[in-house]
Design a protein around this ligand. Sequence first.
Ligand code: FCB
Length: 428
Amino acid sequence: MFLWGTATAAYQIEGAVTEDGRGVSIWDTFSHEPGRTRDGHTGDVACDHYHRWPEDIALMSGLGVNAYRFSIAWPRVQPTGTGEANPKGLDFYERLVDGLLDAGITPAPTLFHWDLPQALQDRGGWMNRDTSQYFAEYAAIVADRLSDRVKMWITLNEPFIHMAYGYGLGIHAPGQALLLDALPVAHHQLLGHGLAVQALRASGAEQVLITNNCTPVRPGSDSEADRAAADAYDALHNRLFNDPVLLGTYPDLSAYGVEMDVRDGDLDVISAPLDGLGVNYYNPTRIGAPTDDGLPFTDLGITGHPTTAFGWPVVPDGLRELLVGLRDRYGAALPPIHITENGCSTEDTLDDQDRIAFLDGHLTALDQAGAEGVDVRGYFVWSLLDNFEWAEGYHQRFGLVQVDFDTQRRTPRASYTWLRNRLSPDAS
Ligand code: FCB
């Protein structure tokens, strides 16, 4: 069965940040620091999904999707990231999973969507190798409670973005700007992924995936310098996270003078077979030779295409290009693909024709990739609801459903009706 779903993440929708024993996450800390997010927005309340989840499941039922990708907040399950589980945190996800199953919707939880317990950050976060082991212990706790009902698991969400924005550039929590010195965060997340795969398998998990943010990379020109920079960017953004998982090797990054502490056996753990690769696609990237800000490339931006409210270029064919490229690079080592996020922000209107055009174009590209032989098994729209868009706060609206953040009123947009009709043409 092809999975059609919507995607969300815990910190972006749940709110209830001090309820039922939840611990503090790095996003609580970061969003409360002056100047970190636009207008000082925080996820304290967000979509209040922690209380309104039955209404949100009803919205999914009305949409006609058969799957839901959400994330589990580690600090709800282990408030300080290690040790005893918090039963009330697990109870919440159990209620949610049971509610989804009652509605005939397959739950697809992600174990880490960037909200690390602050207590682990205080010990170095993902710069500290120990976090990998703690992540596996947390995965085991969650799987022990839910794997009789949850069949599909995603370990990490976009380890590249978490490394680059959180530790490299300081745009996201934990707000560190280490540039390439952030590279150990890649290895420790991937090691955590591999160890979590072991924990999930031990609990009987049927399907395990990792979700990577992937982008087709284009050189700004044919010059040698631009092509070398584009290759460096592709290595850091794409291959650094796909190669170890699928091939058991890291791309050669020695030119950048940064060492990752890769120990004997690590790559075997990281490359344990998966049942699928989660791919988040938003746009391609155009890269030129470095200027002197400490990085081996310059992001030139894609021109000549429409842009979303966020300013991101809309290039549907980039999805086809990306998927065919993955198939060509990894061949038999590539498991079936699930598009675990794709979508766009628009102006805050109910008649969101831009989103309809975006989704229509990308679903066409998905069909074309399928026709070219790429095995795609699922597609999840980002996002069900308008939500807390990280450093942009509530300013970027990605929802098929509009949220009024003063009243928490949910109103389906035109794109919701459009997608419903596309998924179940006979129902309307
Ligand atoms: C992705 C994130 C997701 C959301 C979308 C717009 O990088 O995984 O949480 O913010 O971008």
